[in-house]
Write a protein that binds this ligand. Sequence first.
Ligand SMILES: [Zn+2]
Length: 259
Amino acid sequence: MHSIIPIPAFRDNYIWLIREGTRAAVVDPGDAAPVIAYLDRERLQLSAIIATHHHNDHVGGNLGLLARWQVPVFGPARETIPGRTNALGEGDRIEVPGVDVRFDVLDIPGHTAGHIAFVGSLSSAPAVFCGDTLFAVGCGRLFEGTPAEMWSSLSKLAALAPETQVFCGHEYTLANIRFALAVEPDNRALNARRSREEQRRALGQPTLPSTIGEERATNPFLRAEQTAVKMAAEAHAGRSLANAVATFAELRAWKNAFQ
Ligand SMILES: [Zn+2]
């Protein structure tokens, strides 16, 4: 039976640790210290490092972990990943050593040019590790990609089974919900989610994982084809928007300036 543990790092990052028996694989270890502290406390051995993209708050701990454990590092082929042993792109399937997990790899460019996602089953529950592309009620900034690329990447994630658990890289949910409510104030699922997530944060709990189904119902960046979202984006832009990519681009620009 797997357990998936969020290890908080920096201000609002989550490093995800997949634990099975006495072994553990770690996703996006931006910092080695909290991972080592957890592994030592729980008497676990590291068996693999998994990277979604090259940003330092996701890979900054790789070399520190490798100094102690010589393990494979799975990461995107099109980015520079410290210690990478397995260069991956869409269509690749990996077996993560030690923790009995298989992942299929998706290319999801937009936040970074070579960003990848890992889709698999953990104790028969579907899960996706999507780094900084899809967040709970939000999406990553477009540092290296176009709105069309990001829309296509988000659509790929939205097409996963609704029960798929979403493990992303940051706790941004409450701020994302504030923006989402500016776009869709009358979305009932979103209003219900706000109460639920505020309660979790008040108790110091993570709001993650969410599910693809929840994101499809509440995340404006997956909802650019919904009439209410398109109309809100057009009202904000002061012009009509021709298609979902144009609506998505306007939402992303609006969010960038949103206080
Ligand atoms: Zn990033």
